[in-house]
Design a protein around this ligand. Structure first.
Ligand SMILES: *Cc1c(COP(=O)(O)O)cnc(C)c1O
Length: 340
């Protein structure tokens, strides 16, 4: 048995997705006439309460054309220190938008308003003015941690006070809304734009959607084309995205429950300190080097990544069932005896 907990991007398309691909009406989306892409963009805009949306190949592109469409070169952007946009996107904000990122420290992804105040720059002859606040919910390197609606209200008030736009890296924003038990609009109403991933827990093979005001999405469409992200019969992919948005959101609660189930199984094992998972990402601190754990787990058919010298990250998704959780717990139990 193989249990792939490396990421929620490893999910395979569902039979319903494969059927949707086969019957999707198609056009040329660069020419603007692929009806399935148009339908996906309309649904994503409606679900997030935004005016418009644009389908893009990846979450990275969604974030980067979002930043590019809100800023001009030389602007400064407030962003959490370990945010995906800063940490995992190859310096794209510097390369593509020419902006200065101001990294803000946090507790597991949650920045204080005080720290944001400290890092904000007023534009004058010496300093690049801050024009954008970039948020991430749930927070990847924070272990799938959730910003609450109250957090978002505070960030919105801060942004409004200083005339900043707010972009949300919402790769897993539906994990956040499901964990909080709120409609995702309670979160997205408090940001100016949001990029959501269809290819993570929502299980599509490819794709993200950037949502926001119509004029912003117009600029984003040009940026997408500039970066080579204009896709032709993209309805093939959008058809899967529609299945994701219609049927894969509520079930994210199962992934969260399985992350908690594994955490509680690991609690009693020697040399392991599982964190309390807020959503579908479980961080486990290890006494023995995480690399050694990774190798031993791989032999037992459990795949995961270290995210620090003594920390493993396990990500739950629709292709992990209760048997997968049991198999993983058993692998940890057997390895703990030999490694500790
Ligand atoms: C996965 C992820 C992205 C985008 O990833 P792609 O691989 O480019 O689709 C962006 N932000 C966060 C927080 C992510 O976890």
């Amino acid at each position: 048995m193989t249990v792939d907990l490396r990421s929620d991007t490893v999910t395979r398309p569902t039979p319903e997705m494969m059927a949707a691909i086969a019957s999707a009406p198609l056009g040329d989306d660069v020419l603007g006439d692929d009806p399935t892409v148009t339908e996906l963009e309309a649904l994503a805009a409606e679900m997030t309460g935004m005016e418009a949306a644009v389908f893009v190949p990846s979450g990275t592109m969604g974030n980067q054309i979002g930043l590019a469409s809100w800023t001009k070169p030389g602007d400064s952007v407030l962003i959490e220190d370990e945010a995906h946009v800063l940490y995992y996107e190859c310096g794209a904000p510097a390369v593509l938008s020419g902006v200065v990122l101001r990294g803000v420290p946090s507790e597991g992804g949650r920045m204080s308003i005080e720290d944001l105040e400290k890092k904000r720059l007023r534009g004058d002859i010496h300093t690049p003015g801050t024009t954008l606040l970039c948020l991430e919910n749930t927070h990847n390197r924070g272990g799938g941690s959730v910003l609450s609606v109250a957090d978002h209200l505070a960030y919105r008030a801060f942004a409004d006070q200083h005339g900043l736009r707010v972009h949300l890296d919402g790769a897993r924003v539906f994990n956040a809304s499901v964990a909080l038990g709120v409609d995702v609009r309670e979160i997205t109403a408090l940001v100016d734009s949001v990029s959501i991933c269809l290819s993570k827990g929502l299980a599509s093979p490819v794709g993200s959607v950037l949502c926001g005001p119509a004029d912003f999405i117009g600029r984003a469409r040009q940026w997408r084309k500039r970066l080579g992200g204009g896709m032709r019969q993209a309805g093939i992919l959008a058809a899967c995205g529609l299945v994701s948005l219609r049927t894969m959101v509520d079930r994210l609660a199962d992934d969260h429950a399985r992350a908690r189930a594994l955490a509680s199984a690991l609690t009693s094992m020697p040399g392991l300190s599982p964190h309390d998972p807020a959503t579908n990402i479980l961080m486990v601190d290890t006494v023995v080097a995480a690399d050694q754990w990774q190798q031993a787990l791989a032999v037992a058919g459990v795949m995961c990544f270290p995210v620090g010298a003594n920390r493993l990250r396990l990500v739950f998704h629709k292709d992990i069932d209760d048997d997968g959780v049991r198999h993983t717990a058993e692998a940890f139990r057997q390895i703990a005896v030999t490694l500790v």
